[in-house]
Write a new protein. Structure first.
Length: 367
């Protein structure tokens, strides 16, 4: 994981590729030679394999996780004037997708411990215009889907899971993306299951949704030159499908490595200047986020120690200019604290024992 300058990388895509290079190269060349570059049998195969992995009835491959959210909202008949409840602490795509369909995002704060949606505050945000809830499975752990589904059933709301950081995460032995009406995943390169470019997928047990989304992703068509709906161009590239299918067979093993690293962090990072989150047992640790009161000082310390880091995220969505007008100065204190003090440390499954020990030692010596 260390390069020539002895820097511990936050995430090393090159190292991941090297481990499966021969398999990936062989299959990618196979696709190129086939001249089948969009949809087709390789996409069908990956959809079936991911459905089996995720224990979903149906999967629809797409070009991005953002498109997955967008199409999930479209197929749920959410549009102009509707409201969708979600969290302010998420990647902006969650909220952008709501805006794409003309709906209004309504934010609920995250809870203090695991930084997932605070389910005790959802009902107070429900109005006659509320049509859906989008819980975000942040950092690789599932939101409280039992309570969310209970609220949704009571108020007749659609539940769309943003599981873009939760490939393989479980809650009560059910996979992320199988609790709601629709699950959405991103396969951006840095995800636990990442493509070599952009890609995404939708999971659902609803056949009607499945058939409609298959049409919508292909410009409203299920047969060449026959268009029954106003759709979008969100097809999954064949090369990405075959790469993802090869990487999928390693996902459980890599998630287990992430858990082992996280368990070492949980047990051995002992510094009262560092606050650790309370992660669930089945978390797949897309990120390992900690909080420090003086983040700028901590960043300088990591830089001096040659340890890379990340932010997830440096701004809550309601703090961004593009969405400020929605909220009239409303505050979400837990999201704001996380955006101010949160920082992600390396959780790459290819970290060596020596590197993990080095990171723990450095964090424990931070003053």
């Amino acid at each position: 994981m260390k390069n020539k300058k002895n820097i511990i990388k936050y995430f090393d895509l090159k190292e991941q590729y090297k481990l499966i290079k021969n398999e990936i190269d062989r299959k990618a060349i196979e696709v190129i030679k086939s001249s089948s570059y969009s949809l087709g049998k390789y996409v069908d195969i990956f959809e079936d394999e991911f459905a089996n992995f995720n224990r979903s009835k149906y999967c629809i491959g797409l070009n991005t996780g953002t498109s997955a959210l967008h199409l999930a909202l479209l197929v749920s008949n959410i549009g102009q004037g509707d409201e969708v409840i979600t969290v302010s602490m998420t990647f902006i795509a969650t909220v952008m997708a709501i805006s794409y369909v003309g709906a209004k995002p309504v934010f609920v704060d995250i809870n203090e411990n695991n930084k997932l949606i605070d389910v005790t505050k959802i009902e107070e945000k429900i109005t006659s215009r509320t049509k859906a809830i989008i819980p975000v499975h942040l950092y690789g752990q599932c939101a409280d889907m039992k309570e969310i589904n209970k609220i949704a059933k009571k108020h007749n709301l659609t539940v769309i899971e943003d599981a873009s950081q939760a490939h393989g995460a479980l809650l009560n032995n059910k996979n992320a993306g199988t609790y709601g009406n629709i699950g959405t995943f991103s396969f951006y390169p840095g995800k636990n299951l990442g493509a070599y470019g952009d890609a995404g997928i939708i999971t659902t047990n609803n056949k009607k949704f499945y058939n409609m989304i298959k049409s919508l992703r292909n410009l409203g068509s299920t047969k060449k030159f026959i268009h029954d709906h106003i759709g979008v161009n969100s097809r999954l590239d064949t090369v990405q499908a075959i790469i993802l299918n090869k990487k999928l067979k390693y996902l459980k093993k890599l998630n287990l490595k992430r858990r082992k690293i996280a368990n070492l962090y949980n047990k051995n990072i002992l510094n009262d200047k560092i606050t650790k989150l309370i992660y669930s047992k089945s978390c797949v640790y897309h990120q390992y986020v900690i909080l420090v009161n003086d983040r700028n000082k901590f960043i300088k310390y990591l830089q001096k120690s040659k340890i890379q880091y990340g932010f997830h995220y440096p701004f809550a969505i309601h703090q961004l200019k593009v969405f400020k007008n929605y909220f009239n100065g409303e505050k979400f204190p837990n999201a704001e604290i996380l955006s101010k003090n949160g920082i992600s440390i390396p959780i790459d499954p290819n970290l060596t024992k020596k590197e993990i020990s080095f990171i723990i030692n450095k964090l424990n010596n931070f003053k």
